[in-house]
Design a protein around this ligand. Structure first.
Ligand SMILES: NC(=O)c1ccc[n+]([C@@H]2O[C@H](COP(=O)([O-])OP(=O)(O)OC[C@H]3O[C@@H](n4cnc5c(N)ncnc54)[C@H](OP(=O)(O)O)[C@@H]3O)[C@@H](O)[C@H]2O)c1
Length: 284
């Protein structure tokens, strides 16, 4: 997300971005946060850093809470000292996924695992410490880099003749570049005086299950590459055993973002096609 945002901001030109990776700023280190903010005195801090190894988090709880909860508290505290508002990203995993018709920002959270709980606790620390904050919960991110469902699907399809995908888990895929667009649009309005702090949801338009999304990914990439895979088998989420439980239907309702900021959801299908064009252009 950090890379997508830096790229989009550079192209857009409204904000100058100082992009700091973990090597330049470890957000678990309050002194480093202090030094970074003193050195750059930004108008806003956008926190894209996270510990998001959902399964490993069950074993590495200290690390997970350290980055997703305690470090968010540190960022919020130092931002408060410098009077800098903070934009923070969170996740649909704060919900348990039992509510099929979509979660609003007012719906009660019920994380199923350590990762979701650590993100929820991080949100709460931010709310308590820094009134001028935005929390944007997003879902099912994909981009041309990092560890995400689209890239994992392509990797598996290159190696295996038969692939399995969960058909009873539904959500809304979301391009990281699309979230970058939303973050910049929100920040511009805030910068121009909109008093719209609080929690918002954003995801790509159109609900789909993992199995059908897998098919869409292979169709989109199939125009550029031939895959080893011959058969895609639908399975149930309860047969896909993982360390951490995952929400079944993690659909985020984005009406608040539309009514407060006038920002509309974009169809993820278009973003997926665009991603394929970018990825395969760079492969040549
Ligand atoms: N990916 C999804 O599907 C998804 C879904 C819903 C919500 N979100 C949320 O979206 C946001 C962005 O996620 P993402 O997919 O961009 O995550 P990502 O690809 O895993 O990137 C997270 C970045 O945070 C860095 N980081 C970890 N610990 C750090 C620390 N102590 N100090 C500074 N940087 C640190 C990581 O660096 P290293 O790699 O070097 O550790 C990595 O570059 C997160 O808030 C996440 O919860 C993601």
């Amino acid at each position: 997300m950090g890379t997508a945002l830096s790229r989009m901001a550079a192209k857009d030109g409204f904000f100058e971005i100082v992009a700091l990776g973990k090597a330049q700023l470890d957000i678990t280190n309050e002194d480093q946060i202090q030094q970074a903010l003193a050195a750059h005195l930004p108008d806003y801090v956008v926190n894209c850093a996270t510990y998001d190894y959902v399964d490993l988090a069950e074993q590495n709880q200290a690390l997970c809470y350290g980055v997703n909860t305690d470090a968010v508290e540190k960022l919020a505290r130092v931002c408060g000292d410098f009077s800098i508002p903070m934009f923070h990203l969170s996740t649909d995993y704060v919900f348990d996924g039992h509510y099929a018709s979509g979660y609003t920002e007012e719906d009660e959270v019920a994380p199923l695992g350590v990762y979701g709980d650590s993100k929820w606790q991080g949100e709460e620390r931010l709310r308590q410490l820094l009134p001028r904050h935005i929390i944007l919960r997003v879902s099912w991110l994909f981009s041309e880099q990092g560890d995400n469902f689209v890239l994992r699907t392509l990797e598996t399809a290159r190696k295996q003749k038969v692939m399995e995908a969960v058909s009873d888990r539904r959500g809304c895929p979301t391009a990281a570049s699309d979230v970058a667009r939303v973050i910049l649009a929100m920040l511009k309005q805030i910068h121009n005086g909109a008093d719209a702090w609080g929690t918002y949801h954003y995801c790509g338009a159109e609900i789909i299950n993992r199995y059908d999304f897998c098919k869409e990914i292979l169709i989109a990439a199939g125009s550029y590459e031939s895959f080893e895979v011959e058969k895609l088998v639908p399975i149930s989420g309860k047969d896909y055993l993982t360390e951490a439980l995952r929400p079944n239907t993690s659909v985020l309702t984005c009406r608040k973002l539309l009514s407060v900021f006038g920002i509309r959801q974009r169809p993820w299908r278009h973003e997926l096609q665009w991603l394929m064009r970018i990825m395969y252009k760079h492969k040549d």
